[in-house]
Design a protein around this ligand. Sequence first.
Ligand SMILES: [Zn+2]
Length: 138
Amino acid sequence: MFLIEHFLFSVILSIFFFPIFKWQVWLIVAGATLIDLDHLITNFSKFKNSKDFFAYFSKQFRFFMRKPESKKVQLYVFHSIEFLVVLIILSLFFKPVLLIAIGVVFHLILDLISDTLILKRYIRCFSIIQWIRKRKGL
Ligand SMILES: [Zn+2]
């Protein structure tokens, strides 16, 4: 899913939460949008120069649609269940983290719908532990 789509859908979601959280809803939008920074981290080694960096964001959808170069499963840390668990635990104590967690959960739901129903693919690993085990052949 395009980054801009995540942004727009989260703005719509934040309208529903506005009566409860007022202007702090920007944290929901931030959580739902900035989570995709992990794509940048994971694919950082593929950037040869600054042009690649801008192409990545401008043609992001095509970048994700291309066939995986290998059967190697990519790990996107901010899309992992472990990151979500940490966020949920922290959200019990810090209200801003709760709003970010709402955005992240919304983002993951949109990704799941997009990946399984629209793109019909499953190439991600949603667990850091599972990813480590697969790499070590366990
Ligand atoms: Zn995503």
